[in-house]
Unconditional design. Structure first.
Length: 324
């Protein structure tokens, strides 16, 4: 099987160095996660390996050979860089048939990868009607079309639903178990560690780590054990339920006390505008327990008020902001 070899690779765009003296090897038979934040140089490195860009210095190839020297590259390496690269006017099946024709691949293989990626029911639909997850599946189907020895996928789980994420993880593990070389780039450590065997980590174009997943986690995660007894941590003072309730009551009481001053003038204006007079002399009447009719907090002549109904919140606002 073919490995991915990167040696002293450097790529500069003007004064900016996207890849800085990068060296690593991806051997066959395992899933290698290519990690780093956005802008770390992952996609640039993949493009250099695939011959889509020229390095400033160093080399990147497949099995010691540059991509341009491969006679049938689709049978050697399958790659997914951009799920939106397919023409929207073509059907999913026609898109794969065009790719297959360039390498004399039979249509039977097209139907196989459509079935494997779950796109068989939508194979005759135009690509522009596909969702993002379906376009991702179509890109993965194109990468698997030539039954390649090397599979390189850039953010393959982007746009996939939870079922699709489980599917891609199982697929990658199966490809590695078959002895293929699998490189998956991502910026999510948690998702990649769930299925990868090895990690290559970049930061600002430089190599930060080239190590197995387990060693990477053990070196950076400190295990801890929490002991509890009767629902409380061992060594901590037991929690008094009555004390907790008293504290909650104090918090609620403080909130009620400060509710008035925190109201805005706009709330007061809404309370005045929506008030309906109980009689011809009272504009806002608050039910405060001083009688069945409450007390009048704002008097106004009749005939100048809009019809409406005060809610309890508006009444409290009026009681807190209007002079009795």
């Amino acid at each position: 099987m073919t490995s991915i070899d990167v040696r002293d690779l450097t790529k500069e765009y003007g004064a900016r160095r996207a890849v800085d003296d990068l060296t690593f090897t991806v051997p066959p038979g395992r899933v290698t996660g290519f990690l780093g934040p956005n802008g770390a140089g992952k996609s640039t490195t993949v493009r250099l390996v695939l011959g889509l860009d020229r390095p400033t210095s160093g080399s990147a190839g497949l099995g010691g050979r540059p991509y341009a020297s491969l006679r049938e590259p689709l049978r050697t390496v399958g790659a997914l860089l951009d799920a939106g690269a397919a023409l929207g006017s073509r059907t999913g099946r026609d898109h794969l048939r065009v790719l297959a024709a360039t390498h004399r691949i039979q249509d039977r293989r097209v139907d196989e990868v459509l079935e494997e990626t779950g796109l068989a029911p939508a194979a005759r639909r135009r690509v522009r009607t596909y969702s993002l997850g379906m376009r991702q599946r179509l890109g993965i189907a194109a990468a698997l079309l030539g039954d390649p020895e090397v599979v390189m996928l850039d953010e393959p789980s982007n746009g996939l639903d939870p079922e699709g994420i489980v599917w891609i993880r199982v697929l990658l593990r199966r490809l590695a178990d078959e002895g293929r070389t699998v490189l998956v780039s991502s910026h999510l450590m948690t998702g990649t560690a769930a299925f990868a065997d090895h990690l290559v980590v970049l930061g600002r174009g430089r190599l930060l780590a080239d190590t197995p997943v387990r060693e990477f986690i053990d070196a950076r995660v400190r295990p801890a054990v929490r002991a509890q007894r009767d629902g409380h941590p061992v060594g901590a003072d037991p929690v008094d339920p009555d004390r907790v309730l008293r504290g909650r009551r104090r918090v609620r009481r403080r909130r009620r006390l400060h509710a008035g001053p925190r109201r805005t003038d706009g709330a007061a204006r809404r309370a005045r505008r929506n008030a309906r007079p109980v009689d011809g002399t009272c504009r806002v009447r608050v039910l405060d327990g001083r009688g069945p009719a409450g007390r009048c907090v704002a008097a106004a002549p009749s005939g100048r008020l809009r019809r409406g109904r005060l809610t309890r919140r508006q009444l409290s606002v009026a009681a807190g902001l209007l002079e009795p």
